[in-house]
Design a binder for this molecule. Structure first.
Ligand code: F6R
Length: 605
């Protein structure tokens, strides 16, 4: 998704803008650009492709100036090319934008009637030309205010003006925007992470806010132009965040970090002295909860699906799960006694954020399970449960998935305990088992060598299927998602029991079928489904923790995992599937950390 940077300083800013744009690369993008103010003139540089390309342009042509804005663009309106890249400038104003202007076609017609000419196919250029028009009669702040009133849709903006060598104006509606403070320098950024190398002091704009930055000062205004104060947050220090260490890429680092991140998360929530889980300040008394509603997108949604099995197993509660982009447009019957849980690694996913807003508008208290605690979703929630996974840089979510499941699992146990749905001794037994999880994950990672060999067999396959029952079904979905997004191979996740209802027709000689079969109550049924696949020529990779002897020479590969209690198997079985997707993608020489067409933080719907 698009990312914005703005720097007001007493020294040249272009290289710091480039460095900060590199921090925003994780969001996924297809073009980059910046504009500085030099001798009161706007100096714009942009290109399609990577920030490195922009950097090369700067080496050749330089962009001096102590004030500037930068952007990485993820195309929505108009193809990814240099003209459509941001900033969008006229002689007197330059704009970077994240979001979508929904009434851009109408505004464009009005502006063209006034004789203004468009260069790009973007919705953003409408903002530039509206401002150009307003600046004929207004000073920058009022011109911005008047322009914003005409816009429908979502935006985070960074704007600089010819002849105003001191100011950057930022504005937010819908899309997130942060401000950073330092000595003789102030910053604007799409997220705090992009600013982290320059400062750890951050404030966040709320919807409707405008900010005016100079190198020495930042002023904030609400939608009615009243001056407002903002809380300053001091960010925690994430050492080694952008360091891959000895790993080939961030994804492998993040896969192998999972035992540690799980341990950190357990440390945060489990009281080892009392064998209890610390969750306080529930927005609804657990005894009064009517239903659990879990909402997320992609991998985060898969953790919601796993949660359904846990809540139904351990509590007497009904559970509903929904994909955020569906939830936000359904006629949901809101109920103040339902506990609404929004799950998101980035905390910026537009659909999840909108689903949460919808709850708030309906007077519902919300809870979010996030990795980025400074995120919009976290700040908009009544109750935030961080997963403590540390920054996840690889676009494909790995350690965040384990972290999301872990927090939800602990929350489920706590609710079961507080409601009296679970016997105390069972509750405490489960807590002592959670404490063993990091070591068990460590053991699962040891299957890497075997997976590396298996991965070769996937290279020539037309597609693959992932099968599981019970809580292994969402794990099958997650395994298939990881394989498709990383290796661009077609993969389907299915409940094993559903095969006869259609998907069995896909099975032909040599089709790889990954069977996820923990030794749980579904085990023998899953094995029967596997036999049906074998009978039709499917090439089986069986992943199991069962030591039952399943004799079948047609099982091409078998991965053995440590045997654990049934409810913990989703954690363990995730690991070989992550490794499989990773190694297939590596053999196919795919861009592991930045798969094509994808963004780390999906801030537009
Ligand atoms: C898949 C993946 C995505 C995200 C989804 C939601 O590997 O990373 O499916 O899970 O875009 O993102 P968050 O969790 O940031 O809301």
């Amino acid at each position: 998704m698009c990312g914005i940077i703005g720097i007001a300083s007493n020294k040249s800013v272009s290289m710091n803008i480039i460095n900060s744009l590199k921090k925003l690369e994780y969001r996924g993008y297809d073009s980059a650009g910046l504009a500085t103010l030099n001798n009161n003139e706007i100096n714009e540089k942009k290109c399609s492709g990577r920030v490195e390309q922009l950097e090369k342009i700067l080496f050749k042509t330089s962009a001096e100036g102590n004030l500037g804005i930068g952007h990485v663009r993820w195309a929505t309106h108009g193809v990814p090319n240099t003209i459509n890249a941001h900033p969008h400038s006229t002689e007197i104003v330059s704009v970077v934008h994240n979001g979508i202007i929904e009434n851009s076609n109408d505004l464009k017609k009005q502006l063209e009637l006034k004789g203004l000419k468009f260069k790009s196919q973007t919705d953003t250029e409408v903002i530039t030309l509206l401002l150009t028009n307003e600046l004929k009669t207004h000073q920058p702040f009022d011109a911005v205010h008047k322009t914003l009133k005409q816009l429908k849709g979502s935006f985070a903006l960074g704007i600089i003006f010819k002849n105003f060598k001191d100011i950057i104006i930022g504005a937010r509606r819908g899309s997130p925007l942060a401000v950073g403070y330092s000595k003789d320098e102030n910053y604007l950024g799409s997220d705090s992470y992009a600013l982290k190398t320059m400062t750890n002091k951050i404030s966040y704009l709320d919807d409707g806010d405008i900010c005016v930055l100079t190198k020495d000062n930042v002023s904030f205004y609400d939608v009615k132009k009243n001056k407002i104060n903002k809380e300053v947050f001091i960010l925690s220090d994430d050492k080694n965040v952008s360091d891959k260490g000895d790993y080939k890429n961030f994804m492998s680092k993040e896969i192998f970090e999972q035992p540690i991140t799980a341990k950190n998360c357990i440390h945060e929530y489990v009281d080892k002295i009392r064998d209890d889980i610390n969750f306080y300040n529930f927005p609804i008394k657990p005894q009064s909860i009517n239903k659990i509603v879990l909402v997320g997108c992609g991998t985060a949604y898969h953790s919601c699906l796993v949660a359904k099995y846990w809540f139904e197993a351990f509590t007497s509660l009904n559970v509903e799960t929904d994909i955020a982009s569906e939830f936000r447009y359904r006629n949901v019957r809101f109920n103040k006694n339902n506990l609404y849980l929004f799950v998101s690694q980035s905390g910026e996913t537009a659909d999840t954020a909108a689903a949460l807003d919808l709850c708030k508008k309906n007077g519902i208290k919300t809870c979010s399970i996030v990795n980025v605690v400074e995120s919009s979703i976290a700040r908009n929630s009544d109750w935030v449960l961080p997963i403590h996974a540390g920054p996840e840089i690889g676009v494909a979510s790995t350690k965040a998935f384990i972290g999301q499941m872990l927090v939800i699992y602990m929350l489920c146990l706590k609710i079961a305990d507080l409601r009296g749905d679970m016997k105390k001794k069972d509750y405490q037994k489960k807590i002592s088992n959670i404490k063993k999880l990091p070591e068990l994950l460590e053991r699962c990672l040891k299957v890497e060598d075997k997976i590396q060999l298996i991965a070769k067999d996937f290279l020539d396959s037309k597609g693959s299927m992932f099968l599981g029952r019970g809580s292994s079904f969402p794990i099958a979905l997650e395994g298939a998602l990881k394989l498709k997004e990383l290796s661009y191979l077609h993969a389907e996740g299915y409940p094993a029991g559903e095969m006869k209802h259609g998907p069995l027709a896909l099975i032909e000689n040599g089709l790889p079928v990954i069977v996820i079969a923990p030794h749980d109550k579904y085990f023998h049924k899953t094995v029967s489904n596997m036999q049906e696949v074998i009978a039709r020529g499917g090439k089986i990779l069986l992943i199991t923790d069962s030591n039952e002897n399943i004799v079948n020479e047609n099982i091409r590969f078998k991965i053995d995992l440590p045997l654990v209690e049934e409810s913990l198997s989703p954690f363990l079985f995730t690991i070989p599937l992550q490794l499989l997707a990773y190694h297939v993608a590596l053999l196919k020489k795919c861009d592991i950390d930045k798969p094509r067409n994808l963004a780390k933080s999906v801030t537009v719907e």
